[in-house]
Design a protein around this ligand. Structure first.
Ligand code: 5AD
Ligand code: SF4
Length: 441
C-alpha cells in the first residue's frame, strides 16, 4: 500500500500542540504518516486558535496558503479543526469553500471516520458538537523517539468565564480525567524514555472538582511523583484564585516538582481584575506569590498580562506597572486586549484606542525585559540542575538543556549527556538564555 502523508499546522497553546499529537496518533492508525512537507501531504489539518484576533488571522492566512496545494494535487483533503473551528463551525466554508471538513475540540476522536467519509463519499463533513466525555483526552501519544519530555492532559475546559476569554465557549465545561488513567499514561511514557511530564489543563488547580473520584491537584502531583522514572513534573496553566495551600505545600515537599509556576495575573488593578471577573484581588495574588517564594525562594514565576482591557485608565495601567516592579516576574506573555465575539467584555464601555494599547504594551514589554535580564544575571554563579535536551542550535560543540525554572542553558558537552540531568554553573545570563559550565561530578 502506498504511504499516505499527513501534515498538521498548529497554532496556539500547549493544549493545541498536544491535541495535534493526538490527531497524528489517531490517523497513523488508518495509515497516515506525519510529514514536515505540506507539498507531499495527502491530508492537511489546520489546528487553529481563536483566543485573540491575531491568532485567528494567522490561521486563516495559513489555510489559504495550504489550500493552494489542492491546485497541484486534487486528491488532497484539508480539514480545519480546534478552537477556531469550534468557534466558527460551518462558517469556515464561507471563508474558503475548498475546505473539506471541520471538526471541533470535542470531536478529535472522530477524525478517522470523517476523513473516510470525505474520501469515499466526496462530501463535506462537519462535527462540532460538545459531548459529556471528551473521548480524545485519553489517547496515548508516544513522544518522538529520544524525547525526554511529554505532555499529559489531566483536565480540559473551563468554568471561569473571564470577561475577555472565549475558552469556556470553545473547550466546554471543566472535565477531569481519572487519576488512575493519568498515572497509567505517565508510567507508559516512562517506558518510552520520558523523564519530565507537563500536566496540561486550562485550569489545573481545579483538577478533580465535581467528580466522583477523591483526588485534587496536589494529591495527583504526589501520585505522579511516586512513579519511578519520572524526574521532573511541570504543569500549566494555573488560575491564581484556585491555587491552594496544598499546592504550595507540594512545592515544599515534592522535590520532583519543578520550581516554576505560570500564574497569569492579567492586571495589577483591582478595578480591572473585577471587570475581568478574575475572582481575586491584587493583594490576594501578592500573598500567594509570597507564600510560593517562602517555600521555594528560587521559584521562577511567569505570567500573562493584558493591556487595554475596556475601561483600563492610565491609573489602572500604572498599577500594573507597579505590580510588575513589586513581583519581578521571570518572564511574561503580554497581549493587547482583543475583542472576542460572545464574551462579556464585548459589551463593556470605554474601549481603549489601538494606539494607546500599543503604547502600553511597548512600555510593559520594555520593563519586563529589564526584569528578565536582572533575573538571569542574578543566576550567574549559581549551580542549576539541567535536563539535557540535545545539541545547541548556536554551536555544534554545545549542549542545550532547561533549568527547573524553564530557562534555556547552553554549555559545552558531549552527546552522551543528552537525556541526563547534570549540574551546570551559570557563567552568564542573557535576555533569552543562560550560558554555563558543567560541573564534573
Ligand atoms: N485578548 C487578549 N488576551 C487574551 N487572553 C485571553 N483572551 C484574550 C483576549 N480576548 C490572554 C490571557 C490568557 C492568555 C492565554 O491569553 O492573558 O491568560
Ligand atoms: Fe479563559 Fe479565564 Fe478560563 Fe483562563 S481561566 S481559560 S483566561 S476563562
Amino acid at each position: 500500500m502506498k504511504n499516505k502523508y499527513l501534515y498538521i499546522e498548529t497554532f496556539g497553546c500547549q493544549m493545541n500542540v498536544h491535541d495535534s499529537e493526538q490527531m497524528a496518533v489517531l490517523l497513523s492508525g488508518v495509515g497516515y504518516q506525519l510529514t514536515d512537507h505540506a507539498q507531499k501531504a495527502d491530508l492537511i489539518l489546520i489546528n487553529g486558535c481563536s483566543i485573540r484576533d491575531k491568532a485567528e488571522q494567522k490561521a486563516f492566512s495559513e489555510l489559504g496558503r495550504l489550500l493552494k496545494f489542492k491546485d497541484k494535487n486534487p486528491r488532497l483533503i484539508v480539514g480545519f479543526g480546534g478552537c477556531l473551528a469550534q468557534h466558527l463551525g460551518e462558517k469556515v466554508y464561507g471563508r474558503d469553500k475548498r475546505v473539506d471538513f471541520v471538526f471541533g475540540t470535542h470531536n478529535i476522536h472522530q477524525l478517522p471516520r470523517m476523513v473516510d467519509a470525505v474520501l469515499k463519499e466526496r462530501r463535506r463533513v462537519t462535527q462540532v458538537a460538545f459531548s459529556d466525555k471528551i473521548e480524545s483526552l485519553g489517547i496515548f501519544a508516544p513522544p518522538p523517539p529520544g524525547s525526554l519530555g511529554a505532555f499529559v492532559s489531566i483536565m480540559q475546559g473551563c468554568n471561569n468565564y473571564c470577561a475577555y476569554c472565549v475558552v469556556p465557549y470553545l473547550r466546554g465545561p471543566e472535565m477531569s480525567r481519572a487519576p488512575e488513567d493519568i498515572c497509567n499514561e505517565v508510567e507508559k511514557l516512562t517506558r518510552c524514555g520520558v523523564q519530565e511530564v507537563t500536566l496540561l489543563g486550562q485550569n489545573v488547580n481545579s483538577y478533580g472538582q465535581n467528580t466522583a473520584f477523591d483526588c485534587d491537584f496536589p494529591k495527583l502531583i504526589r501520585l505522579i511523583a511516586r512513579i519511578d522514572g519520572i524526574r521532573r513534573i511541570r504543569f500549566t496553566t494555573s488560575h491564581p484564585k484556585d491555587l491552594s495551600d496544598g499546592l504550595v505545600e507540594c512545592f515544599q515537599s515534592e522535590k520532583k516538582l519543578c520550581g516554576h509556576i505560570h500564574l497569569p495575573v492579567q492586571s495589577g488593578s483591582n478595578r480591572i481584575l473585577k471587570r475581568m471577573n478574575r475572582g481575586y484581588t491584587l493583594e490576594q495574588y501578592l500573598a500567594k506569590v509570597k507564600r510560593l517564594r517562602s517555600v521555594r525562594p528560587t521559584m521562577a514565576i511567569t505570567s500573562d498580562i493584558i493591556v487595554g482591557f475596556p475601561g483600563e485608565t492610565q491609573k489602572d495601567f500604572e498599577e500594573t506597572i507597579d505590580m510588575m516592579e513589586k513581583i519581578r516576574f521571570d518572564s511574561i506573555f503580554s497581549f493587547k486586549y482583543s475583542e472576542r465575539k460572545g464574551t462579556a467584555a464585548r459589551q463593556l464601555p470605554d474601549k481603549v484606542p489601538e494606539a494607546e494599547k500599543r503604547k502600553r504594551l511597548i512600555r510593559l514589554q520594555n520593563l519586563q525585559n529589564l526584569h528578565t535580564q536582572e533575573k538571569n544575571t542574578a543566576l550567574e554563579g549559581s549551580i542549576q540542575q539541567v535536563l539535557v535536551e540535545g545539541r545547541s542550535k548556536n554551536s555544534d560543540l554545545d549542549l542545550m538543556g532547561r533549568t527547573e525554572g524553564w530557562k534555556i542553558v547552553n554549555f559545552r558537552g558531549g552527546s552522551d549527556l543528552i537525556g541526563t540531568l547534570v549540574d551546570v554553573e551559570i557563567t552568564r545570563g542573557f535576555l533569552h538564555s543562560l550560558r554555563g559550565k558543567m560541573i564534573e561530578s
